[in-house]
Design a protein around this ligand. Structure first.
Ligand code: ADP
Ligand code: MG
Length: 398
């Protein structure tokens, strides 16, 4: 895989570099960016290209639009990026049409412009390779070089991730390189005790990673909405908590194979509704009332997880422990974040992966120095840890 410095050494001054980044930031209902971490993560590559005199043409997706959708325009992202780099970032009104061509043509050396949300073109994510290649050809025609810094999209065989690098001289951006170095360290030589913390909403999203990590990890701590399918497998009633009934048998088998490696919550904050102002109380894991839903792990669980985390040498954490977006259910995630940070200051190598998890640690005000690395890629980092080949990385080989 060619590195960015190697590509720059071939001379990029005056050339247009198509930079696929992952600027898929969370937006609130008013369309304001609630966490600009992914934009900031793209800055080193943008700066290196600008310094080398390249014309930087940025491409990203945002959310999952079905065709053009004004609420998922990259306009707030272009504005925020402009603030961060202290220069105007013009935004094309389309992805690969007249405006895109005009925007690319107007670039000057060291300047930055952005194409509109690449998923406004259905071809980007089409299952038909010929359709994707059609869009890739139009995108490649806008530029002379391709740099991929979209680690968070590396597990997608999309036109801008896989098709464009097939048509242009290409390289991995600095973020992709940094992410890979961290994940390789987690897979090849994790120091023991290696503690994996998984949470988030769905167990079905994380089954493959559980299977891949269980043999390597010393402890697997499970919180978040996915914990309830495990509780159901133990025969507990979970009230109206999240439950994936079709995964209960699978979780029962996992509990048996994992033995004491698997650590489940012993208590929960259970609420009468999915709302910040709902009545809520701490209940034991085997005593969730029928009319209540577990929205966070409870204090005893947080303390239990903490004892494992504080003595860990390696930590990988994906998925919040509860509905951290609502203040009454953020304490479990906060506690785990603080214990991971304590492990970090004790010398452990700690990685947080996952869009919502990264947003959670920042929203809870945990300093970024509390973690060895905060990954920008949720699905991508999970698939890498599962041992899968990521199409976006394969496209950069050769
Ligand atoms: P990541 O993006 O870090 O991989 P996920 O997307 O898997 O994480 O899950 C994040 C979501 O899980 C959050 O929006 C959070 O509100 C939700 N969640 C966590 N715990 C629960 C719970 N007990 N019930 C419902 N949703 C939950
Ligand atoms: Mg998520």
């Amino acid at each position: 895989m060619r590195s960015l410095p190697d590509l720059i050494a071939t001379g990029v001054a005056g050339r247009t570099v198509f930079l696929r980044a992952d600027l898929n930031v969370p937006l609130d209902t008013a369309g304001q960016i609630t966490d600009d971490g992914r934009i900031r993560a793209a800055l080193p590559t943008i700066a290196a290209l600008r310094e080398a005199g390249a014309k930087v043409l940025l491409c990203s997706h945002l959310g999952r639009p079905k065709g053009y959708d004004e609420t998922l325009s990259l306009a707030p992202v272009a504005a925020r990026l402009g603030e961060l780099i202290g220069a105007d970032v013009s935004l094309a009104t389309d992805v690969a049409g007249e405006s895109a061509r005009a925007t690319a043509a107007a670039l000057t050396d060291g300047s930055v412009a952005m194409l509109e949300n690449v998923r406004f073109e259905a071809a980007e994510t089409s299952k038909d390779a010929a359709v994707r290649d059609g869009l890739a050809a139009k995108l490649a025609a806008l530029a002379d070089r391709y740099v991929d810094d979209a680690f968070g999209a590396a597990h997608r065989a999309h036109a801008s991730v896989v098709g464009v690098p097939a048509l242009l001289p290409h390289a991995a951006g600095l973020l992709v390189e940094a992410e890979l170095a961290v994940l390789e360290r987690l897979t090849s030589s994790p120091k023991d005790p290696y503690v994996v913390v998984l949470g988030g909403s769905k167990v079905s999203d994380k089954l493959a990673v559980i299977e891949a990590l269980l043999p390597r990890a010393d402890r697997l701590l499970v919180g978040g909405g996915m914990a309830f399918t495990f509780l159901a497998a133990l025969g507990h009633s979970v009230g109206s908590s999240l439950l994936e009934a079709d995964r209960v048998d699978y979780c029962r088998e996992l509990i048996a194979t994992a033995g004491e490696k698997l650590v489940l919550p012993v208590d929960f904050v259970a609420a009468s509704a999915f709302a910040a102002d709902a009545e809520h109380a701490v209940v034991a894991a085997d005593a969730i009332p029928d009319d209540r839903m577990g929205l966070d792990i409870g204090p005893k669980s947080a303390a239990l997880f903490g004892t494992h985390l504080r003595s860990a040498a390696t930590v990988f954490w994906n998925g919040p422990m509860g509905v951290f977006e609502l203040a009454p259910y953020a304490e479990g995630t906060r506690s785990v974040a603080q214990d991971v940070a304590a492990a970090t200051s004790g010398g452990a190598f700690t990685v947080v992966g996952g869009g919502d998890s990264a947003a959670a640690v920042r929203a809870l005000g945990i300093p970024e120095t509390g973690f060895s690395h905060i990954s920008t890629g949720g699905g991508a980092s999970l698939e890498f840890l599962e041992g899968k080949t990521l199409p976006g990385l394969a496209a950069l080989e050769g």
